[in-house]
Design a protein around this ligand. Structure first.
Ligand code: CP
Length: 327
């Protein structure tokens, strides 16, 4: 694996999930794979799970992780080609990224969309400029449009739960992504990415349900069934993934605040005893109810814990390529 920006960087999804579950069973089995290798984790936006799980994963493989909160501790970066830098930005990505590429063997970047200009956000200018100028493998820790480490984790959690609970019973798995209310405009990244991974994986009936106006970019939803009737979507579901996102069409806007879209135990009664997932952080009793989050169907803690194994599997694939090139 040369980089990890989207599911398109993965040659065999099931093999990557198996690799992650093997690390969960034996976290230190490749503890020397990354010895004498340094990984830089650059945060242009906040994080709890991603920053900690990726550091733990790197250390499990013998790497030295260094975190820089670029938004608070670094110089303000400029990403526009030909910019006359007489404003607030201090350093151009063209100057900063090659230096980072010399300091680190692998670079990881978190950068959120500004939700003001759809074309700018969906061009993924920031992560692509790191790829262009750093000349080392780049891992997305969530970008303007996608969150691949989260989606890999989600698939690991689904497959693990299927194995543990014998969910299938000879029927095809049904996975539902449902929009949920929120008080703020939230990026489409997690929803885009989950849809991209579920449709690329292709082993489940994948249904997306949302109010009118919350259609995601069809770049990521091809192959999914999309319906506005949440109750119909939830029928017989094995897994329900709950997530808010802002409008793609009326870009970055909140076009519905209907609290009836929040998942409750009453709605779960219509499912196949569905397990409930959310990437966290979650606004309790706005996006998802206490009764679900604290109840027996919630997978959210297990899901967040699995972030370590997703990051470790991806890092191992990248390290294997680096080490083979060095031979
Ligand atoms: N799910 C997730 O990415 O969590 P953090 O924003 O805390 O990293």
């Amino acid at each position: 694996m040369k980089q990890f920006i989207s599911v398109k960087d993965v040659s065999d999804i099931n093999a990557l999930v198996e690799k992650a579950l093997a690390y969960k069973a034996d976290p230190l089995k490749d503890k020397t794979l990354g010895v004498n290798k340094r990984i830089g984790l650059l945060f242009l936006n906040p994080s709890l799970r991603t920053r900690l799980s990726t550091q733990i994963a790197a250390q499990n493989l013998g790497m030295e992780p260094i975190v820089l909160n670029v938004d608070k501790e670094g110089w303000a970066l400029e990403f526009t080609e030909g910019a006359i830098m007489n404003g607030t930005s201090v350093e151009h990505i063209k100057d900063a990224a090659p230096i980072l590429g010399n300091y680190f063997d692998v670079l990881c970047i978190r950068t959120f969309p500004n939700l003001q200009n759809r074309e700018d956000d969906y061009a993924e200018k920031i992560i692509h400029q790191f790829i262009k100028y750093a000349a080392v493998p780049i891992i997305s820790l969530e970008s303007a449009t996608l969150h691949p480490l989260q989606s890999l984790t989600d698939l690991i959690t689904i497959k693990e739960s299927v194995l543990e609970n014998n969910v299938l019973n000879n029927k095809k798995l049904k996975v539902v992504l449902t929009w949920a209310p929120h008080i703020k405009p939230i990026p489409q990244c997690v929803a885009n990415s989950f849809s991209e991974w579920m449709t690329a994986w292709g082993e489940a009936d994948f249904v997306i349900t949302h109010p009118d106006g919350y259609e995601l970019s069809n770049e990521y939803t091809k192959g999914a069934t999309i319906i506005n009737d949440q109750a119909a979507a939830l029928k017989d579901a094995d897994f329900v993934y709950v997530k808010n996102w802002s409008s793609f069409k009326e870009y970055g806007k909140v076009v519905c605040t209907d609290a009836n879209w929040m998942l409750t135990n009453e709605k779960l009664a219509n499912t196949n005893k569905a397990k409930v997932m959310h990437c966290l952080p979650v606004r309790r009793n706005v996006e998802l109810s206490d009764e679900i989050l604290d109840g027996p169907n919630s997978l959210v803690t297990k899901e967040a814990s699995n972030r370590v194994w997703a990051a470790q599997a991806v890092l191992a694939e990248i390290l294997e390529l680096i080490n083979n090139k060095a031979k």
